[in-house]
Write a new protein. Structure first.
Length: 695
């Protein structure tokens, strides 16, 4: 019996990007554990990835290429050979490209965060074809834009400093479910005497365990940040030296926030004046005592109309009080900006035909784009869709429109997948992809500062192939002869980082494969002495770039599209706000088909406040219908004050096929976009709830 331990990486869309140790016996992966030596993983995995062998060896794994034989959406397929699958795809894409290659569109996101199985060979093939570009906005683009305007690259506090902070504000996140290793350090900080505050419309598992929970209305976080700035300036809880040396536009900011009194902010946010003032004083007075304060923003903040501005406003706070002086102070939205990626080598944008016009389709309104007939402004109608690392029929907003788009008989759809997802049911050609245990990859992270290597632990199951290998075969069938189309996964991985840079020159791909991970060389306190990567090199309270881009150059409040305050006419019909944060046992739509995890979640639930439930004669356990003009879905009511009054919470994202009505929360979400970055507005909507009629 042969046995080995292989170094690997969790590939999923989570800040923690855990280092894995995979035990393999006689070619079979028997156990996946966290690497105890990796400083952020510390040997601990979430309940999802601890069961990763269940995913790889799942009885429903797609193991062979298939073609559709039923109607789109029925999910009826027959097995075909790889030769037939690739030849069919190449023939159809050539035919469409001969008319207009822009009618071809990729749709992919973070089903794997790896740089090889993500956007490498796939991007090369699609660039060579001259296909439309996809603007990958569905998660972090709004906040990323707000962060960039204010601070520059997405570089923030090192998560390994968290336990040394004396005040930690968890703003718009539930780290127990989505950032476990940060939460472990928060608990250590708490034991060391730190105060922990959660700002979230919902009393999540994490918020319950904080010293204070401030339940703002959805979409009002930017107003709360403005109110904090008002109090900090009015009560002179400022680091004047840091402001003078390392910020731009303080006088304009001071004038702007003068109107944002605690009274005004409390009314907008639906909280008390004391909560606004107390939060600002906790933040400012602690900094004055020289105590590190850390704001951990997460993506819940930005999934509303003013989501980019909300992140921008929050990013102004650390500079006002000098929190960046401390290694454990400042803010963290993402650490991704610290990594020195070689994206041009991976994706080869130079392959795109020089003489051809390009266009970019925003993934967050894919429903409308698929239904668009084509025009001079839009460009050609989308005729072919290549989907990998994503499940848009489940995860994209305004789901009924998305499904109608995928159901078009004149749309040729290719899906690369591990399982027959909601999206796979609409494929014309369905291709089996390898899981993380079966291929090579290389990873950055957005919650820590480690480059990571994933070694293949086992041979591919059945006839599954890596994403990169599938696109290599397609390149060959399309007649592409550039040398880059024959590079192996390992050769691509070796190009992912720029190892000549000061942050990465201490290692290389061969060393990374052996060691599993290597930390970027960066100062512990990234902005202790300024050095922001904005045009001015300072934290920009006033942004000329925003003005040039047609935006307000100063922090502002942008109300939700749909709320009782901002849209009273709509609220008369649909009076309840709704958010749909991740369920603890799912990761976006990943792991929903792992029965042990789905059984733990039970079924789709809707949390509703007792006052709202009583008004509608809804009791705990009732089947309820959640609806608005876009659509409806069913869930079981949980009557709880975890959801603030006037708001309901549907933990997500369920595959439609596992719901009793074959629908999920995205039936009611909107395709409207954020103020900047073109992001989705998943948490900016109004609904009504009623008892479901029993058939």
């Amino acid at each position: 019996m042969s046995s080995s331990v292989v170094r690997a990486v969790c590939p999923h869309d989570c800040p923690d990007t855990c280092a894995l140790l995979v035990t393999v016996q006689d070619g079979v992966a028997t156990e996946v554990k966290g690497d105890p030596d990796h400083p952020t993983t510390g040997g601990v995995l979430c309940t999802k990835v601890a069961r990763y062998t269940e995913r790889t060896y799942h009885p429903d794994r797609l193991l062979y290429p298939q073609k559709r034989v039923g109607n789109k959406g029925e999910g009826k397929f027959v097995r075909i050979s790889w030769d037939e699958a690739i030849a069919t795809i190449a023939s159809r894409l050539k035919e469409i490209a001969a008319r207009n290659p822009l009618a071809i569109l990729p749709y992919s996101y973070a089903g794997t965060m790896g740089m090889v199985q993500g956007e490498s060979m796939s991007a090369r093939v699609l660039n060579k074809l001259g296909a439309s570009f996809l603007d990958r906005t569905i998660c972090a683009s709004a906040g990323g834009a707000g962060y960039k305007y204010t601070l520059g690259d997405r570089i923030g506090t090192d998560v390994e400093q968290t336990q040394n902070a004396r005040l930690i504000i968890i703003w718009g996140g539930n780290p127990i479910a989505s950032n476990l290793h940060f939460w472990t350090r928060v608990q250590e900080a708490k034991r060391n005497g730190a105060k922990i505050i959660a700002i979230d419309p919902y009393r999540s598992l994490s918020a319950e365990k904080c010293h204070q929970h401030i339940a703002v209305r959805p979409g009002t976080d930017s107003a709360l940040a403005l109110g904090m700035m008002h109090v900090l300036i009015k009560e002179d809880l400022l680091d004047h030296d840091y402001i003078a040396q390392y910020t731009l536009g303080f006088d304009q900011l001071k004038q702007r926030v003068a109107e944002w009194t605690p009274e005004k902010v409390a009314a907008i946010c639906g909280i008390t004046i004391a909560e606004v003032e107390g939060l600002a004083r906790d933040y400012g007075e602690g900094a004055r005592r020289g105590e590190p304060s850390l704001i951990r923003m997460n993506y819940g903040v930005q999934r509303v109309h003013g989501g980019g501005m909300a992140v921008r406003n929050i990013c102004c706070l650390p500079a006002l009080v000098g929190a960046w002086r401390h290694a454990a102070g400042g803010a963290l939205l993402s650490s991704s900006g610290g990594f020195v990626k070689n994206s041009k080598a991976l994706e080869r944008p130079d392959l795109f035909p020089e003489a051809q016009a390009s266009r970019t389709i925003n993934m967050s309104d894919i429903g409308n784009s698929l239904m668009h007939p084509g025009s001079a402004e839009f460009g050609p109608k989308i005729e072919a869709l290549v989907v990998y690392n994503s499940n848009p029929v489940a995860i994209a907003p305004d789901s009924s429109v998305v499904a109608r788009g995928f159901a078009r008989e004149d749309l040729f759809t290719v899906v690369l997948e591990h399982f027959q997802t909601d999206t796979a049911d609409y494929a014309d050609i369905l291709l089996p992809a390898t899981t993380q245990l079966e291929h090579v990859d290389v990873h950055s992270a957005y919650g820590h500062r480690y480059m990571m290597a994933n070694n293949a632990a086992i041979a591919p199951m059945g006839e599954a192939k890596s994403n990169a290998e599938i696109f290599r075969l397609l390149a060959q069938a399309l007649g592409f002869t550039d040398p880059c189309f024959t590079e192996s996964d390992d050769a691509i991985a070796a190009q992912a980082f720029n190892y000549q840079h000061a942050r990465t020159e201490h290692t290389n791909w061969e060393q990374l494969k052996q060691q599993g991970w290597s930390k970027l060389k960066m100062p512990d306190a990234a902005f202790a002495h300024g050095g922001f990567t904005t045009p001015s090199g300072k934290c920009e309270f006033y942004s000329q770039q925003m003005l040039d881009d047609g935006l307000d150059p100063l922090p502002a409040y942008i109300p939700p599209y749909e709320s009782v305050v901002s849209n009273p006419e709509l609220a008369a019909k649909y009076p309840l706000a709704m958010i749909s944060p991740p369920a603890r046992n799912f990761l976006n739509s990943t792991f929903v088909n792992v029965k042990s995890l789905r059984d733990t979640e039970g079924e789709p639930h809707l949390d509703i406040h007792p006052e709202d439930a009583t008004r509608r004669e809804i009791k705990a356990g009732d089947r309820v219908r959640i609806f608005n003009d876009r659509g409806s879905f069913l869930a079981k009511a949980r009557v709880t004050d975890k959801a603030r009054a006037g708001m309901v919470v549907g933990l997500s994202i369920w595959w439609k096929k596992f719901a009793s009505d074959h629908k999920n929360a995205n039936e009611v979400t909107s395709q409207k976009l954020t103020d900047m970055g073109g992001g989705p507005t998943f948490y900016d909507l109004l609904v009504e709830v009623e008892k479901a009629k029993i058939a």
